[in-house]
Ligand binder design. Sequence first.
Ligand SMILES: *[C@@H]1O[C@H](CO)[C@@H](O)[C@H](O)[C@H]1NC(C)=O
Ligand SMILES: *[C@@H]1O[C@H](CO)[C@@H](O)[C@H](O)[C@H]1NC(C)=O
Ligand SMILES: *[C@@H]1O[C@H](CO)[C@@H](O)[C@H](O)[C@H]1NC(C)=O
Ligand SMILES: *[C@@H]1O[C@H](CO)[C@@H](O)[C@H](O)[C@H]1NC(C)=O
Ligand SMILES: [Cu+2]
Length: 188
Amino acid sequence: MAKSMILSALALAATVSAHGNITSPPARLPGQAMVAACGQAAVDSVLRDGTLPIESVVNPAASCNLFLCRGALLEDNLDIVQTFSLGETINLTAALPIPHEGPANVSIVLAATNEILGEPLLVFDSYADERLAQLPANNTAFSVTIPGAGNGVEESCVKPGDCVLQWFWFGTGAQQTYESCVDFVIAS
Ligand SMILES: *[C@@H]1O[C@H](CO)[C@@H](O)[C@H](O)[C@H]1NC(C)=O
Ligand SMILES: *[C@@H]1O[C@H](CO)[C@@H](O)[C@H](O)[C@H]1NC(C)=O
Ligand SMILES: *[C@@H]1O[C@H](CO)[C@@H](O)[C@H](O)[C@H]1NC(C)=O
Ligand SMILES: *[C@@H]1O[C@H](CO)[C@@H](O)[C@H](O)[C@H]1NC(C)=O
Ligand SMILES: [Cu+2]
């Protein structure tokens, strides 16, 4: 490896800082399918810091859809697809090592169109406010309830990859966007 490459790798490592992601249920991680779609440099940047905002992903390829799940793909996460029931309450936990105040929500997103199904399940008008002495407990441990019958969830979220439960947060001052996705299907 050329000395300049080592130096630039060190410089990158020095600027890495953690921001936030979902820690439970297990959320999509990068893998070989994401390498194919986004490129190795993009995946390496996410592997260096799994809490990276989408704006900091390095050199994403044109085929990389960062605005859904920060480019992470079902194909790399087939072993962690969750099964939820209509009306089930799902507890989530997030890590927020570096908070940035802004709106956040947790929504069922139709992966094919990147559209929210119905309304967001949970909305924070103000999330991760770094000016607070302590973040509210609900910023890192919260729950959502999967809608009941008649809301289109059972028809829309049938097979893995149809729907994701996406945590989305935008740090207004930092101008940074965070996304973590939990793959799920509705129990039949
Ligand atoms: C969250 O970030 C941590 C720290 O980089 C990383 O180890 C973990 O794999 C990430 N998890 C997800 C689901 O992105
Ligand atoms: C979800 O969280 C609530 C409140 O902390 C707790 O009472 C409940 O047992 C949790 N459910 C599961 C399935 O862990
Ligand atoms: C909710 O999340 C979606 C991404 O899933 C985002 O496009 C939308 O702006 C968010 N809404 C609010 C009010 O934060
Ligand atoms: C989170 O907790 C704060 C402080 O208790 C409260 O003001 C806010 O309404 C809660 N937000 C949500 C989305 O539950
Ligand atoms: Cu940040």
